[in-house]
Design a binder for this molecule. Structure first.
Ligand SMILES: N[C@@H](CCC(=O)N[C@@H](CS)C(=O)NCC(=O)O)C(=O)O
Length: 92
């Protein structure tokens, strides 16, 4: 049996070009991703800083059903991961 799809959150801000590229792929694939704008939410900004020790975006947070969390930085790595997982049918 396959695992339930993870909950995905993208930490980003509007004027970030790297973030825009990731968001375009999210739209293209139709993958459900919660958008967390770090310029509009101190909570999201602080969470990113606490987890990564830096505020650089985009970062994709992957919360798995079994309780583990992963923070994936780098737009090209995020895009590659989304495409691979989508092709594997691992995303909702
Ligand atoms: N190589 C990174 C570059 C990311 C990057 O430079 N992000 C900028 C915004 S577009 C940023 O967060 N700058 C603020 C900082 O690093 O503190 C990627 O492709 O994701």
């Amino acid at each position: 049996m396959s695992s339930p799809a993870p909950h995905l959150s993208l930490y980003y801000f509007d004027s970030c070009g790297y973030c825009r590229r990731v968001r375009q792929v999210i739209e293209e694939l139709g993958v459900p991703v919660e958008l967390r704008n770090i310029q509009h939410s101190a909570e999201h900004y602080e969470a990113l800083l606490a987890a990564r020790g830096r505020r650089t975006v985009p970062v994709l947070r992957i919360d798995r059903a079994e309780g583990s969390s992963e923070w994936l930085p780098e737009s090209q790595d995020i895009i590659a991961w989304l495409r691979q997982q989508h092709t594997a049918g691992a995303l909702a």
